[in-house]
Design a protein around this ligand. Sequence first.
Ligand code: C2O
Length: 498
Amino acid sequence: SLGPVATLNLANADIAPDGVSRAASLINGVHPAPVIMVKKGDRLKLNVVNKLTDPLQLRGTSIHWHGILQRGNNFMDGVPGVTQCPIAPGDSFLYTMTADIEGTYWYHSHFGVQYCDGVRGALIVQDPKDPLKVFYDVDDESTIITLSDWYHELAPSITGISMQDTTLINGKGRFPGGPNADLSVVNVQPGKRYRLRLISISCDPNFTFSIDGHDLTVIETDSVATLPHTVNRLQILAGQRYSAVLHTNQRVDNYWIRALPNSGNRNISTTFANGVNSAILRYKGAPNREPKSNQQKNVNALSETDLHPLHNPFAPGRPTPNGADVTFNLTFSFDEPTFKFSINNESFTPPTVPVLLQILSGARNAHDLLPHGGVLTVERNKVVQINMPSGLIGGPHPFHLHGHTFSVVKSADAPFNFLNPIQRDVVNVGETEGDYVAIRFRTDNPGPWILHCHIDFHLDIGLAIVFAEAPEQTPSANKNTPDAWDQLCPAWDSLPIS
Ligand code: C2O
């Protein structure tokens, strides 16, 4: 794993995580990208070096540190067209930030659909003197489980509906009907409590995760500590994270770890035959072979409304559906002929001049900011509520807001809860037409922040909008605007406005 000061080299290479070789875009040669393991309070200095050359893949890049709030540090958020220009091939970009909150994060390219081709990995912020330990008493915190989709085609060449070929767990998986590739093995000792950090680094499908014969006690959602809640199955959408305590209290043996995708795998996604959609939990002392275990019959699935934050559970604002200072009712739509998604009738395309630089050049109001209709402005220190309709085609859609952890004051198919709603940074907006999801946060972090569907293929066809928070107080990389331009957009003098 990498520490807080590291170089991330992006380059092209062929890999065969499911036994089928294909070209990919990788960080330091591996998929998933190396785990970045830091301590709370660490100053991160991550130098991203773009050595991508494959003309069939995307060659610009930029890296987003998913879940890191970037307080006062908007210009390090890594979103092309919003906070910076893409990093050109041959260039590098030094990302600096502070890891101020313990939890489970990840990092990925935010350029086009590039992370689907391999630019994605785990980022863990540990707290050496974790005050929460009393609530979850674990013996080991080192287990990370990433879930991802995998395609035999390059992401930019996927047009229309994406259908993954293989589910990868910690970067390994079996293509249905393909070679008998190695599966990931999670090694454990009997009679211990393990904190599993479960991260969906998926581009599209969500996964229903379970481990045969074992319960999972959820203690974290998207870097927010929760009151412990025990289930035996949970659905995790693209971009979401959970920590769950696994008690190895079963017979010494091998057990299937299962991640069932909601789409893809050439229509046999409902099976676990021959280790498809699986990895192995292996107790110390168990034979070195594949499990014969069966999935638990009594389904005790996680419902988001059963989870409650451990600290500061109240949602901001007055505890009524109309009690926020500002409420945005977003509309979502899909246009079949153009194959584009829209929010408020605008299909988002990243502008050539990043929203941040438009603001630093003096643009203050939504009608001055590009893309027109794709940027909303809000004042500082307001409680904002965003209502998002359920039932959009192609769902369930996971919506991610940058720069904030929000309270989910209304989950899909559930009533309002202002007392102890779950806090997270990616929410499932639900599939029931006529319903909606509502989130709340306080505008305490000036700068332009994108809100988007974390199905990367949907972001790529416009399912995004930008909230420009307190434009007049936006921090810049450098108080001197021309220097900010040099850092964020080295070729700015060739941009349409300068
Ligand atoms: Cu994990 Cu805007 O993304």
